[in-house]
Design a protein around this ligand. Structure first.
Ligand code: CTP
Length: 444
């Protein structure tokens, strides 16, 4: 019996996939089809796959050509599969010509003619989300670089009150973008807006864009005003608009896995969380204070995300210790007390400490080294070191692509983000609101 194997993502199943599978089956007697897992696709830079793994598998099965379907999960799996299943022929479309010649050592490699004029990328790009940008703070360059990795987004242009803010902090790519004269001028050209404004200008503009019936992705922190935030979420729900906060860690696959693992009881009951994010901003300090404020407003969103994901929202007390210079907290500690657990976050914009995350449990702890907010590696550690386990993941680029992928997905599926829900955001804002109201703060 001649065994054939082929691999693909098979997103938005199309004629090209059908023809490829038909021709692959015709090469032998038994066809195995490897369908890529979501995580594997992301780790090889393929973001924005639309169909779920189950749907993609179902579509492959529905052709009737596959005798067996397997999931492709890691680099190097092809060699393992070829040996394991005793494969005679490995085949893929001619777009990969030459790429898989290294498999000749294990079986025959055949490149099949590719169906012209169709691909998943082409279908995905046919209904691009038209995105406008409001605000021109320095993260814009990173945002634009990251957006290039996400198919399905077209950056239509930018609106920024450029003259009103010191131009030394402006993005280098601003001048390459189509520049609108006002938000109203831009709005009819876009489906959604990315808001990259200083914190004190953010909520009003979010409201304006929601009133103009467009989806919103905003920089973090979402706001420091709880009442306004509630009003904005109500407005987004009434108008069925996606309103999301661009806090990259929340959408990164490794962070999600870390939280799931910690909550699954592997280290017992979670008793304490210590999460730190500190920076010495130097020349950038003044600009950061202008954009967000001191250390709590600039950075607390990250540790609060981890603390709330791990311990939930039912805390009894929050208090703050802030070291202020010229009325700006350059270093702050936030303590959150629960019935049976506690958490603390250290944030700084002009002081440095280890930026790690330690989750302590009744059986062991999880150590995530700096920078934990770009989670790539963590370790489960126990009293008996033989039980320790290390986990490695990939954090792609600057990570902003993850929030963009999620934004697109939420708009397409008309859902709220599960990774960072409205409730998650409200709880973050509640803490920031408490802080700016001056409650429970010891100042030194
Ligand atoms: N394929 C084909 N003809 C096409 C498109 C794909 O023969 N027009 C083949 C590919 O060569 C591969 C298989 O179908 O062997 C699965 O490809 P996949 O990468 O899932 O599909 P694409 O449409 O190429 O997806 P993308 O645009 O996301 O790369």
């Amino acid at each position: 019996m001649k065994k054939v194997i082929t691999y693909g993502t098979y997103d938005l199943f199309h004629e090209g996939h059908y023809n490829l599978l038909k021709n692959a089956k015709a090469l032998g007697d038994y066809l195995i089809v490897g369908v890529t897992s979501d995580y594997f696709d992301k780790s090889r830079g393929k973001f924005n796959v639309r169909d779920s793994l189950m749907k993609r598998i179902d579509n492959v099965r529905a052709t009737g050509f596959a005798d067996e379907v397997i999931v492709e999960e890691y680099f190097g799996q092809k060699i393992d599969d070829i040996k394991r299943f005793n494969i005679d022929i490995f085949t893929v479309g001619s777009d990969w010509k030459g790429y898989f010649d290294y498999l000749n050592e294990y079986c025959e490699v055949k490149y099949l003619p590719r169906t012209q004029g169709i691909s998943s990328t082409q279908i995905r790009n046919s209904d691009n989300l038209k995105l406008g940008i409001i605000g021109n703070e320095s993260i814009l360059d990173r945002f634009l670089d990251e957006a290039k990795f996400v198919s399905g987004i077209e950056i239509v242009g930018i609106y920024s009150k450029v003259d009103t803010v010191d131009s030394t902090y402006k993005s280098n790519q601003y001048n390459t973008l189509n520049q609108y004269k006002s938000i109203e001028d831009m709005i009819s050209d876009v489906d959604a807006v990315y808001i990259n404004l200083p914190l004190n200008e953010r909520d009003l503009v979010i409201e304006q864009v929601l009133d103009l019936k467009k989806h919103v992705l905003t920089e973090f922190p979402f706001s420091c005003n709880l009442d306004i935030t509630k009003r904005l979420f109500q407005k987004s729900r009434e108008n069925q608009l996606v309103l999301m906060e661009g806090l990259k860690t929340a959408y990164a696959p490794a962070f999600t896995k870390l939280i799931a693992l910690a909550r699954s009881g592997q280290i017992g009951k979670i008793l304490n969380v210590d999460a730190n994010f500190t920076q010495v901003l130097g020349n950038e300090l003044e600009n950061q204070i202008r954009i967000a404020g001191g250390s709590v407003l600039s950075l607390a969103s990250y540790p609060l995300l981890a603390i709330f994901k791990l311990l939930g929202f039912n805390y009894n007390k929050v208090d703050f210790i802030s070291h202020k210079v010229d009325d700006i907290d350059i270093l702050s500690k936030i303590n959150i007390i629960y019935d049976n657990a506690m958490a603390s976050a250290t944030v700084a914009i002009n002081a440095k400490a280890e930026g790690d995350l330690v989750i302590s449990g009744s059986k062991g702890y999880i150590y995530v080294p700096a920078p934990w907010w770009k989670t790539e590696f963590f370790e489960l550690r126990f009293e008996d070191v033989n039980l320790n386990r290390k986990y490695f993941y990939k954090f792609e680029g600057e990570g902003l692509r993850y929030e963009l992928v999620e934004f697109l997905k939420c708009i397409r599926e008309k859902t709220e983000s599960f990774s960072m829900s409205h409730q998650d955001i409200l709880e973050e804002v509640k803490i920031l609101d408490t802080y700016v109201s001056g409650k429970n703060i010891i100042t030194i």
